[in-house]
Design a protein around this ligand. Structure first.
Ligand code: GUN
Ligand code: ZN
Length: 427
């Protein structure tokens, strides 16, 4: 039974941040051979007799991060400046994604993408592939061989997109069905039905996606909603009868538990109530929203309405794979949305939204994103002295909050000394 002694960071069953300065995490294999947390607590209380304990003094063990929305074919799109979402899609994104019909390119990019996630401490992701089935096979195959918990899907996009990424209505749906059969529930993998966004799917394709979602309630749904004002105006033209952008997804049966919508910026309270009532969740992508000038997610309004959400990189609209960069961007954005009150999110809230909160938004609470007993043993080992400035600032911290803030503000991949996937060191 592998056991790890270090400082521990995790969340109690009522979502409070727990910090244990000298703790012990004990794991054991379940009947399928996946390592899970058996116990966690203070070193002195848990007891270590008969355990093989790995001691990491000065290090912190924390849950692996959950990235609630990321595009694997957009690794080479990061840092492409544009006037806004729609020109960015046309000028860079669709062009790059058209390369993913080539299995060799898709394999190479999938390998790089998963290496990068792991290097940055991300152990679960909800990912868009391109519209080509081979791009899904490449990513899923590699994730499976690494033992990763990953949910991904092929983009459905049968209109308003160029040749090379556009699929055909019926064929896209048939491919989706075949991919569900091939990958969903295999080892730690899951499939997500993935209509790209309202403008690029015909009514027939959205209806077909909704029908698949009804037939497969444990499969995920992922898409984009209410990100950009020009996009919203376009949706209004295409669906003049719809009360809002989000209501289009509702009409086609695409709002339900295990559906995750990226951005959700330009919502009103009726949209927020719809998210809550139908059990849908938002993937909040602050670095992307700042980079593309899309707007600011309203954390306070989301909390008042009570729908689930979590943090996401949205690479390549987002500017970094690093959960620390994303948490810092969320801090900036939440401060702006709260206006003159001046306060933003606490470090505990930011960390929660990128781990246990994001896992809950995906319907994976108690599975990943935390280190309570029963959770799969996906975790990171952090070194708060990884850089001279981090060392200086974390040593000078007067409280756990100050110390966590120092890591959020100054941290990046250098902070992540090790990433452990189901008990095995990955990076
Ligand atoms: N809306 C539709 N496609 C995309 C995409 O690839 N990135 C972002 N940020 N928004 C989108
Ligand atoms: Zn996106």
């Amino acid at each position: 039974m592998p056991a790890y002694r270090a400082a521990l960071l995790y969340f109690s069953s009522d979502d409070r941040l727990v910090y244990e300065s000298d703790g012990l995490l004990v794991t054991e294999a379940d009947h399928r051979g996946v390592q899970r947390v058996k116990s966690i607590g203070p070193w002195s209380a848990v007891g270590s007799a008969h355990l093989e304990v790995e001691h990491s003094p000065g290090r912190i063990i924390a849950p692996g991060f959950v990235d609630l929305h990321i595009h694997y074919p957009q690794v080479d799109v990061i840092a492409s400046p544009a006037e806004g979402l729609l020109p960015w899609l046309e000028k860079y994104t669709f062009v790059e994604e058209s390369r993913f019909g080539d299995p060799t390119h898709a394999q190479e990019a999938a390998d790089f993408f998963l290496d990068e996630l792991q290097r940055q401490g991300v152990t679960t992701a909800l990912a868009f592939c391109s519209s080509h089935s081979v791009s899904v096979d490449a990513l899923m195959g590699q994730a499976q061989s690494r033992g990763l918990r990953l949910v991904a899907g092929k983009c459905l996009m049968d209109r308003h997109a160029p040749e090379g990424v556009r699929d055909e209505t019926e064929r896209g749906l048939l491919e989706t069905e075949a991919l569900i059969g091939r990958w969903h529930g295999r080892d730690r993998l899951g499939y997500a039905i993935t209509p790209r966004f309202v403008p690029t799917s015909s009514d027939a394709q959205l209806a077909g996606a909704g029908e698949l979602a009804r037939l497969h309630p444990d499969v995920w749904v992922q898409s984009h909603a209410a990100e950009n004002l020009d996009e919203i105006a376009w949706v209004r033209q295409l669906h003049p009868q719809s009360r809002s952008y989000l209501a289009v997804y509702e009409r086609f049966g695409l709002l339900r538990p295990r559906s995750v919508y990226a951005h959700c910026i330009h919502f009103d309270d009726l949209d927020r109530a719809l998210m809550r009532d139908l059990g849908a969740a938002a993937a909040v992508c602050p670095s992307s929203n700042l980079f593309l000038g899309s707007g600011f997610f309203d954390h306070a309004a989301a909390d008042r309405a009570g729908f689930a959400y979590g943090l996401a990189s949205d690479v390549g609209g987002g500017t970094s794979f690093s959960p620390f960069h994303t948490m810092l961007a969320a801090y900036y954005v939440a401060r702006d949305a709260r206006g003159k009150a001046g306060l933003s999110l606490t470090p505990g809230q930011l960390w929660f939204q990128h781990t246990a909160g994001a896992a809950r938004a995906m319907g994976l609470e108690g599975v990943v994103g935390n280190l309570l007993p029963g959770c799969e043993a996906d975790f990171v080992v952090l070194n708060p002295r990884a850089t001279p400035l981090l060392e200086r600032r974390t040593q000078g911290a007067d409280s756990v909050d100050e110390w966590l803030f120092a890591m959020i503000v100054l941290g990046d991949d250098r902070l992540v000394e090790r990433t452990v996937i189901a008990g095995r060191t990955a990076a």
